[in-house]
Ligand binder design. Structure first.
Ligand code: SF4
Length: 339
């Protein structure tokens, strides 16, 4: 394989990570992402004809790998609601140059699918779990799914070799800040790393307010007061979570602090929506539609050139520029491009 190019955006950031949303559908209705009052029974999801086929996704991923992408994460909506996802995973796992092929899931379908995903070549999974008590968790997922279902999925993923699992928990004031210590206690001393995520003003339908944000600093102090922590240096440029280890050796946790400690300077992530648009920021208001090109008979080189042009023109650093005025911008929904 020819040595990959390293394309840099206008702030000198390489494109290292591609997040691929394979569907805009989900079986949860988390208020911070897909509130039921917006995504109700009449919500029009993307029509099938507009959704990229696995072959089209593979072409975009190959083009991105030629431009330096090393990590591919499958997302949604909930990626496991898309049929035969293992077929796509098998295609992507055969692409030389991908060092990390991962998937973010709410874990509800993991118990059934973990082994097939691992057999297809998936490296590991990240599971979202916002609380350990059913009352809070079911209120947050608004789909009546208990914690046990997700824990069973995590056990199946570990048994299939998709660990060590990273666990994401979005912490929202007045809703689940008690879960910080619950989750820390439950997963201390295990292979699972809990990453606590500041509640973000993604999209424009979750009614985000700054008052509902529990800052990463507060999350860390809550845990440190109980189990002293010390910082760990990042593994690589662009690592999203700040890492902290327990001083007593019981493992580590992470915090993702887009609101209070933005990390745009090292952001190496591009996102592909299920209908074929490239977004260069989680908080973008517009994407670059690749679908016409993909369906025009254009060559793979043309797709690579187009992607190179998108990235080299990138200027995004929303979290560094966030103000209360930017909150209401018509930003793309997270369920549409994956977190
Ligand atoms: S706000 Fe945008 S540019 Fe900044 S870290 Fe997030 S995705 Fe990257």
């Amino acid at each position: 394989m020819p040595a990959p190019l390293t394309v840099l955006d206008t702030l000198g950031r390489p494109m290292r990570d591609l997040r691929v949303s394979v569907t805009d559908r989900c079986n949860f209705r988390c208020g911070y992402c897909m509130p039921r009052e917006v995504y109700g029974p009449d919500h029009a999801f993307l029509p099938r004809a507009e959704i990229l086929s696995y072959e089209e996704i593979e072409r975009v991923v190959r083009a991105s790998v030629a431009l330096g992408v090393r990590k591919v994460r499958l997302t949604g909506g909930e990626p496991l609601v898309r049929r035969e996802l293992e077929t796509l995973i098998r295609m992507l796992a055969s692409i030389e140059g991908i060092e990390d092929l991962t998937l973010t899931t709410n874990g509800t379908l993991l118990a059934q699918k973990a082994q097939a995903l691992a057999d297809a070549g998936l490296h590991r999974v990240t599971v979202s779990l916002d609380a350990l008590d059913d009352e809070t968790f079911m209120r947050m997922n608004d789909a009546g799914v208990p914690v046990a279902t997700v824990l069973e999925g995590m056990a199946a993923a570990e048994a299939a070799g998709l660990g060590p699992i990273k666990l994401n928990a979005v912490i929202r004031r007045g809703m689940n800040e008690h879960a910080v210590l619950d989750l820390a206690e439950r997963f201390r001393g295990t292979e699972t790393t809990v990453r606590f995520i500041e509640y973000m003003d993604v999209g424009h339908t979750n009614g985000w307010r700054l008052d509902d944000v529990v800052p990463a600093g507060e999350i860390l102090s809550r845990i440190d007061a109980r189990w002293p922590l010390e910082p760990i240096d990042p593994d690589y440029r662009g690592e999203v979570a700040q890492r902290w280890r327990y001083r007593d050796g019981a493992g580590e946790i992470g915090v993702i602090s887009s609101v209070t400690q933005p990390f745009c300077g090292d952001c190496t992530r591009a996102r592909l929506s299920a209908d074929g648009s490239i977004y260069t920021c989680l908080f973008a208001t517009a994407g670059h539609d690749l679908r016409p090109l993909l369906r025009s008979g254009a060559s793979d080189d043309a797709v690579t050139d187009c992607l190179r042009g998108i990235w080299t023109g990138r200027t995004d650093r929303y979290s560094e520029l966030r103000t209360l005025d930017t909150v209401d911008l018509p930003k793309v929904e997270m369920s549409y491009i994956g977190g």
